[in-house]
Design a protein around this ligand. Structure first.
Ligand SMILES: *Cc1c(COP(=O)(O)O)cnc(C)c1O
Length: 407
């Protein structure tokens, strides 16, 4: 990277590690070398004590018992452990899982694996705002249903699902409620027990902690939930996840949780003002912009927006030397596929292809936002100036009725 000032607005992909977190971690690389599972010398005890402390910091953030936190390598592993682990553990009760089409790939691909292992998975649609339809959800429950897995907040749009209502439904029907809460933990209040969530996956590197460490909350009482381990070895983490604990990473994760608990309300309030400034400026400066997802049930730091008739990847190239964001298209081998999340919201290919996700974070400044507004608006105007489709649109041609020549 050059030494030019860069603006980072891709905090949903990963957050920078908070310098206070780094400070907390440093001693655990060298001065405290112990393995938390070494029970017979002070090095091991110090490591174990540090892990216990971090576990407490994380359980305080979630308002759960520290014995309900299982450390993993990240949310991908936590999702795998929750879904495959429940599928295997509850095989006698049933084999059916319900989830959404807009879940993260870690959930969707774990569900696909469950199908290969003989399970049955229902992938529900969402409405045009990205929300689950509760009547559809209830109708999908059957006697063989063991679990509903619905993410708290969507990574692409920030849309927040009706967690309380889903929790009540799960309790009523006696099915487990699992949530991938990776994008919500540390940003908004996430107390699983209040909402009847039995399993909850999250990760350190989306909340200003280090990469490569995550956790799964597993409810211990009423009901006592168990998952079959997916990683076998020394029986760490109450037998649910073997492997030497990443002590420095866990210490950082704990520090990040404590900072989040104290500062997330202030961060959220500040970021929602900046996010709204960004969004409103685009709406005022430019024509044909569409915000994706339910603006009334949305994370405070995320803006997913489509600039109609502008190809998102091309638009990004006009400013990606200065601003880091994410487009609504994923590069899969040769072709650019539009986001499956936005397609599930009912966006046409054109709007899905023209979407950009701006995700702000703790270190985003007002100057970052002002400069981004300027650069992106300029980029959109530039792209539209070059676009024959935009010209046709401005001339009043009904683009829907145009019959395009096949090549
Ligand atoms: C980032 C993310 C994950 C994966 O987390 P890792 O710790 O990188 O494995 C899973 N689910 C959601 C919703 C995410 O945003």
């Amino acid at each position: 990277m050059s030494d030019k000032r860069l603006i980072y607005l891709d905090n949903n992909a990963t957050t920078p590690t908070d310098p206070r977190v780094v400070d907390a971690m440093l001693p655990f690389f060298h001065n405290v070398p112990g393995n938390a599972a070494s029970r017979n010398h002070p090095f091991g005890w110090a490591a174990e004590e540090a892990v216990d402390y971090a576990r407490d910091q994380i359980s305080k953030l979630l308002d759960v018992d520290s014995r309900e936190i299982i450390f993993t390598s990240g949310a991908t592993e936590s999702d795998n452990l929750a879904i495959k682990g429940v599928f295997e553990m509850y095989a006698k009760k049933g084999n059916h899982i319900i989830t959404l089409k807009t879940e993260h790939k870690a959930v969707l691909d774990s569900c696909k694996k469950v199908e290969k292992m003989g399970g049955e998975v229902t992938y529900l649609d969402v409405d045009d705002k990205g929300l689950v339809n509760l009547a559809d959800l209830e109708a999908a429950i059957k006697p063989s249903t063991i679990m509903i897995s619905i993410m708290w907040a969507n990574n692409e749009t920030g849309v927040i699902q009706p967690m309380k209502e889903i929790g009540e439904m799960c309790a009523k029907h006696g099915v487990l409620f699992m949530s991938d809460a990776t994008q919500a933990v540390g940003k908004i209040k996430t107390h699983p027990k209040e909402l009847g969530i039995h399993l909850m996956a999250f990760t350190s590197h989306k909340m200003y902690g280090p990469k490569g460490v995550g956790a799964l909350f597993v409810n211990r009482k009423n009901p006592r939930v168990k998952v079959t381990s997916q990683m076998d070895g020394g029986g760490h983490e109450r037998g649910m996840r073997s492997g030497t604990l990443n002590v420095p990473g866990i210490v950082g994760f704990g520090a990040a949780a404590e900072i989040a608990r104290k500062e997330m309300d202030a961060d959220a309030a500040r970021l929602s003002v900046l996010r709204d400034k960004l969004e409103n400026a685009f709406k005022e400066n430019l024509e044909e912009v569409y915000v994706n997802g339910d603006v009334n049930n949305r994370m405070p730091h995320v803006c997913n927006i489509s600039f109609k008739h502008v190809e998102g990847e091309g638009l990004m190239m006009t400013f990606n030397q200065e601003v880091g964001v994410s487009s609504g298209s994923a590069c899969t081998s040769a072709s650019l596929e539009p986001s499956y999340v936005l397609i599930a919201y009912g966006l046409g290919d054109d709007l899905a292809h023209s979407s950009i996700r701006f995700s702000l974070g703790r270190f985003t400044t007002e100057q970052d936002i002002d400069e981004t507004i300027e650069m992106v608006s300029k980029g959109v105007n530039h792209m539209r100036d070059l676009s024959p489709i935009w010209e046709m649109y401005k001339e009043g041609v009904d683009l829907e009725s145009v019959v395009w020549q096949e090549h």
